[in-house]
Design a protein around this ligand. Structure first.
Ligand SMILES: Cc1cc2nc3c(=O)[nH]c(=O)nc-3n(C[C@H](O)[C@H](O)[C@H](O)COP(=O)(O)OP(=O)(O)OC[C@H]3O[C@@H](n4cnc5c(N)ncnc54)[C@H](O)[C@@H]3O)c2cc1C
Ligand code: FES
Length: 356
């Protein structure tokens, strides 16, 4: 245990205690305070805030998330900052309602129920919790501890909504040489029985999960909604849209989803079924790598953000939810800024990689 300091957050007038040994974000989790965050790894910039008074020490972070000039101006990343004095911090992004309403962090063992292939390189993983104690909001994620000692956790967003079944479902993308998705690939190829050898996973295995994390949750408002997703970024958006059906939130909404080819598109029937229950929801799948002479695809083509730009008129009055690989999310944020969408109406989860 290190020395204790007091952190005061502006403009929300919330005060908490922080130990020098913990990050400010972890101290907030411990005390049920929901600060804005994404990766918790110093990579996405969702937790960027301004140090008005006092001093912080930073663990290693990416200068993409906090460029040196911003650090020099006094900005910090709360997921990497340790207090070395009492602090006053101005929150850049915050949600006053959510701030005092963090769900408790739970560490529990979950059983592998299902590993199946949704596309050539996206898997569904379903886990069964021992009970329904891990409460989460649609759009949130958990950390899954890796079965091998010394390998860092991976974060995955739930694609389903919370419920009494205690089931967690995920959509997980396979990259070349991927550690965890590679395990899913081998397990699926072996019919779920677990490939022999190191790094195998099988139905019935236990995985430790920690959560819920994340601020990619649906905020109450009357504004129209624009969802933009790519690849496995479908997961939290599918959860949010499902929750809209469950809560009968029929705000005008459009879901742009980018995939490379028709073979990479998935869950179209499931989204269509949700849209049938939400008459104000439109689904616009977009293919980025559809051959020019392929006439079988009659939908949208190109980069998903270019299609949003072309088809949407005035976005300034919309709430936007973006999720997927960091370059797609960055392109979507830039597009929304060009469309004068205020920062507090832009919500995103970047699927950054876990780094040691
Ligand atoms: C908040 C949050 C939520 C997330 N939710 C999901 C989710 O729901 N589904 C999901 O699939 N992932 C999600 N991720 C990413 C996930 O945590 C892992 O980092 C990712 O799945 C890779 O893990 P792996 O062990 O399979 O591959 P690794 O062994 O970590 O990586 C294998 C290789 O793939 C490359 N790679 C990994 N990710 C990318 C990428 N985005 N773009 C290009 N190359 C990449 C790596 O650089 C490496 O070379 C999320 C990340 C965050 C921060
Ligand atoms: S940089 Fe802090 S949460 Fe991503």
């Amino acid at each position: 245990m290190g020395r204790k300091h007091t952190v005061t957050f502006e403009p929300v007038d919330v005060e908490m205690e922080v130990d020098e040994d913990e990050t400010i974000l972890d101290a907030a989790f411990r005390q049920g305070i929901m600060l804005m965050h994404g990766c918790r790894e110093g990579q996405c910039s969702a937790c960027k805030s301004f140090v008005v008074e006092g001093e912080v020490d930073m663990d290693k972070y990416s200068t993409f998330a906090l460029p040196d000039f911003e650090e020099a101006e006094g900005f910090t990343l709360l997921c990497k900052a340790h207090a070395v004095s009492d602090l006053t911090i101005e929150l850049v992004n915050f949600d006053e309602d959510a701030l005092r309403d963090a769900l408790p962090l739970v560490t529990t063992e979950a059983e592998v129920l299902e590993i199946s292939r949704l596309t050539p390189d996206i898997f569904r993983l379903a886990l069964q919790l021992p009970d329904d104690k891990l409460a989460f909001h649609p759009g949130q994620y958990v950390d899954i501890q890796m079965p091998e000692e010394g390998v860092k956790h991976r974060s995955f967003s739930m694609s389903n909504t919370p419920g009494p079944s205690g089931r967690l479902e995920f959509m997980i993308k396979l990259y070349p040489d991927a550690y965890f998705a590679g395990m899913l690939d081998r397990a699926e190829a072996a019919g779920g029985s677990g490939a022999n050898g190191k790094g195998a996973l099988a139905i019935g295995d236990k995985l430790t999960v920690v959560g819920p994390y994340g601020a990619f949750t649906l905020r109450e408002s009357e504004r129209p909604l624009v969802f933009i997703g790519g690849g496995a970024g479908m997961a939290p958006i599918f959860s949010l849209v499902t929750s809209m059906v469950e809560k009968q939130i029929d705000r005008p909404a459009v879901f742009y989803y980018g995939a490379r080819t028709e073979g990479d598109l998935f869950h179209v029937a499931e989204i269509t079924a949700l849209a049938e229950q939400l008459p104000n929801l439109r689904f616009v799948p977009v293919l980025s790598h559809c051959a020019d002479d392929d006439t079988s695809w009659t939908g949208e083509r190109g980069m998903v953000t270019d299609v949003v730009d072309r088809l949407e008129g005035d976005l300034a009055g919309a709430d936007a939810y973006l999720c997927g690989p960091p370059p797609m999310v960055d392109a979507a944020i830039a597009l929304l800024e060009r469309h004068q969408v205020p920062a507090d109406q832009i919500h995103f989860d970047k699927f950054t990689t876990t780094t040691d």
